[in-house]
Design a binder for this molecule. Structure first.
Ligand code: TUI
Length: 316
């Protein structure tokens, strides 16, 4: 049995969160993760608030377990979603790409557990001060919008810097990564990429093929030169074009023009050439499509074996 402050805080079997992947994470995936004993997340992304309210209601019909909503704070819909999660009585909110400080009071008053995703120690400390219940320390190995510090370096530094529980994210897709996260002091993990390769994930089949076909070096980060948001996705014509334009001195607006709609083109249209197939570096290890429950139970069983036995193997 796994027991950490995260399982206790949320009353869940396994301390695992599904990443709040915009255009990807909807009610079917979220409910599957929650039904398997973790915390599933509906991604707010840039969708209109009422669309997300519908997704929340669909998830409620699919599971009686706690689930959450991820709010991307750079998105213009953030204020609407901040209100809707309160109205719908969502159990957990995770946030990305900003500081959720201004919503904290309302969320806490509604009994929502608030767990921001942070790419640095400074932000983790700020979130703790603002009243976060836990933080997700997300390494640069992750898919999507990323910071620059690796999971292996970020997690123990965040664990040392805050008293609230820390979940590790970035590069975790099996029992080895999970066990390593616990050894670094994390009390749970957040996984995104591994859940892309599940039947419950409602993305275009081409997206799944891109993830399953990727090898270790097949991800590319865009947005490193032009400012804005560094973003990791599977290498393709789109990432090549964006990076070439950036190197050639394109303006922020010119790059933005290329990136608008790119996630929709990947997740909904399966446009291999022009889509942004966000996925982490661990995609190289994800080789088969597996049901969510199998992904989670296998991961925790493997980690249990490792955590109980490995020390005897390497220390004489
Ligand atoms: O948010 C993510 N990952 C995402 S969001 C996303 S949608 C998107 N699409 C195109 C461009 C940009 C985003 C895809 N993937 N992860 C969590 C995360 N949060 N990573 C980095 C941060 C972050 C960055 C700055 C958190 C806080 C922050 O604070 C700045 C400040 O001080 O307000």
């Amino acid at each position: 049995m796994y027991h950490t402050r995260i399982t206790e805080l949320l009353g869940i079997k396994y301390p695992i969160f599904q990443g709040g992947m915009a255009w990807v994470a909807e009610s079917t995936l979220a409910a599957a993760v929650s039904n398997a004993g973790g915390i599933g997340l509906i991604a707010g992304g840039s969708a209109p608030g009422e669309v997300i309210r519908e997704e929340i209601r669909k998830a409620k019909a699919l599971t009686d377990k706690p689930f959450g909503v991820n709010i991307m704070l750079m998105s213009p819909n953030a204020d609407d979603l901040a209100r809707i999660v309160v109205e719908e009585g969502v159990a957990v909110v995770t946030t990305g790409a900003g500081n959720p400080g201004k919503y904290m009071e309302a969320w806490k008053a509604a009994g929502i557990k608030v767990i921001p995703v942070v790419p640095s120690v400074a932000l983790a400390k700020r979130m703790e001060k603002a009243g976060a219940d836990a933080v997700i320390a997300e390494g640069t190995e992750s898919g999507g919008h990323i910071g620059s510090t690796t999971t292996l370096c970020l997690v123990p530094q965040v664990v040392d810097a805050v008293k609230i529980p820390v979940l590790a994210a970035g590069g975790i897709a099996d029992g080895r990564g999970l066990a390593a996260a616990f050894m670094m002091g994390a009390e749970g993990v957040q996984c995104g990429t591994v859940f892309l390769a599940s039947p419950e994930c409602q993305i275009h089949p081409t997206y799944k093929e891109m993830v399953l076909g990727a090898k270790d070096t097949d991800s590319a980060v865009t947005g490193l030169i032009c400012g804005g948001a560094p973003c990791r996705q599977v290498k393709n014509r789109y990432t090549k074009k964006v990076n070439e334009r950036e190197r050639a001195g394109a303006t922020f607006e010119e790059i933005e023009e290329l990136t608008i709609g790119s996630l929709r083109r990947a997740a909904k249209e399966g446009d291999k050439e022009n889509g942004s197939f966000m996925a982490g570096q661990i995609a190289g290890m994800v080789k088969e499509l597996r049901p969510v429950e199998e992904i989670i139970t296998t991961m925790f069983a493997e980690a249990e074996t490792l955590l109980k036995g490995r020390a005897g193997e390497v220390i004489r």
